[in-house]
Design a protein around this ligand. Structure first.
Ligand SMILES: [Fe+2]
Ligand SMILES: [Fe+2]
Length: 296
């Protein structure tokens, strides 16, 4: 792609407004079209195979290769890809199917980007576990969606901080920037899907769905806090704790309150370019604002 084409694709993936004007009722067909089209129309067609991995100074190379995040990053994308694809197979609505397929393909592409980078810089990875096909496809999709809502929120702030301090070399910032924005699109899509899906369900199925959502949250909290309480000792567990201690691990001199401010600002910035009629993921930002009140 030429430089102009790359810049155009980058702009397209960050700005989008639906064609049909007027009010959109959450849960309606028009709402479904809006969030599906958002994801489909903002797809950035970059090819991981042609990314040139810049030569890094010895210092930068050491910082990058010793980051404790690569195992969990590769495995998270591997799981996400499988979970999204498994759920996609159960969806008969053509437009939703198409959007979910794109979402899953983008997760697969993230994994390719990471694998290429790992190979280019000689990062050693732990062997990947076998990814299990979820027995309940909807559970797998909800786990991926909500965990992205948590992890992306913190990743936005950490990424920005690593960028500002130069911890992350600027050539790599450019390469990973579209991946970050893709996660922003994914959680925007997911938040709207959940709201739409709830309204679609007949009343008698809603309690079971809400119960499942609560179980997903408990699972995700257990996965993160349980790990923080010292289940470490094997690499994967330590890695999964990264969102909580990431700023310390990458040696950023940043107070938690500053990190939260950065996450909140980046979150609104990344969501800012999309149709205002789409709902924004609010739960994690709300928790962050709450925590922020108790932190100096
Ligand atoms: Fe991803
Ligand atoms: Fe994602």
């Amino acid at each position: 792609m030429s430089h102009d084409a790359v810049a155009a694709a980058d702009h397209t993936m960050r700005h989008w407004t639906g064609n049909d004007p007027g009010h959109i009722k959450i849960g309606s067909d028009a709402h479904k079209r809006l969030f599906c089209r958002m994801l489909l129309d903002t797809h950035n067609p970059y090819k991981p195979a042609v990314i040139e991995w810049p030569a890094l100074t010895a210092d930068a190379l050491h910082r990058i290769t010793s980051l404790p995040i690569w195992d969990i990053a590769v495995q998270t994308e591997g799981k996400a890809k499988l979970r999204v694809a498994t759920y996609t197979n159960t969806v008969s609505d053509p437009l939703l199917h198409e959007a979910l397929t794109m979402d899953g393909d983008e997760e697969a592409r993230h994994k390719v980007v990471l694998s290429k980078m790992v190979a280019a810089y000689g990062i050693e990875l732990a062997p990947e576990p076998e990814y299990e096909v979820p027995k309940d496809p909807e559970w797998g999709w909800l786990v991926t969606g909500y965990s992205e809502c948590i992890d992306s929120f913190f990743a936005f702030g950490l990424f920005e901080s690593a960028k500002r301090t130069g911890y992350f070399p600027s050539e790599l910032v450019e390469t990973f920037e579209p991946v970050m924005q893709e996660e922003a699109r994914h959680i925007l899509f997911f938040a709207n899907w959940v709201a739409w899906y709830r309204k679609q369900l007949p009343w008698w199925r809603r309690p079971a769905f809400e119960l499942k959502v609560m179980r997903v949250w408990l699972f995700l909290i257990w996965e993160r806090i349980g790990i923080a309480k010292g289940l470490d000792g094997n690499g994967e567990m330590q890695d999964a704790n990264f969102t909580l201690t990431g700023h310390e691990q990458i040696g950023l001199d940043l107070k938690i309150s500053e990190l939260l401010d950065l996450c909140l600002a980046q979150d609104s910035f990344r969501m800012g370019g999309y149709d205002e009629r789409l709902l924004r993921p609010t739960f994690v930002p709300r928790m962050a604002r709450l925590a922020r009140r108790f932190l100096k």
